[in-house]
Design a protein around this ligand. Structure first.
Ligand code: FES
Length: 126
């Protein structure tokens, strides 16, 4: 058990940019990403306190037709098969070892309603 994690009783299967991952329940997403990349996430430019915006991401739950926006440092409602569709530049940077070494198993979802496309996403440091 890593000392940076809250106690957890299981690993939750999720998708990150089309890649399969299993992350500990009962933790924020940023801590879960640290679980995947413990050597780089702690050195990212993160306030860990919902202030800097560097942990922004977009996600969908099964059945969603549009992305939802959140910040990984304060997002703890991780559910089975949740799909992370967009990562901030900083999250991508600190997750590069996971993203480079894990095969893409499925394409990112597209919106089912073409009249309301997913907005182009820009983060502060892009
Ligand atoms: S790490 Fe700064 S807003 Fe999430």
């Amino acid at each position: 058990m890593h000392d940076f994690l809250n106690d957890y009783d299981r690993l939750i299967p999720i998708w990150i940019l089309g890649r399969r991952a299993e992350v500990p329940a009962n933790n924020t997403l940023l801590r879960c990403l640290q679980y995947l990349c413990p050597d780089t996430v702690p050195y990212g430019k993160f306030c860990w306190n919902n202030e800097c915006g560097n942990s922004k991401f977009y996600y969908r739950r099964p059945g969603d037709t549009h992305d939802r926006k959140a910040r990984a440092c304060c997002f703890a409602r991780i559910t089975d098969e949740m799909e992370i569709t967009v990562l901030s530049a900083e999250l991508k940077f600190v997750l590069r070892s996971f993203l480079d070494s894990t095969p893409i198993e499925r394409p990112l979802p597209t919106t089912e309603n073409p009249s309301t496309p997913i907005p182009e996403i820009r983060f502060r440091d892009e």
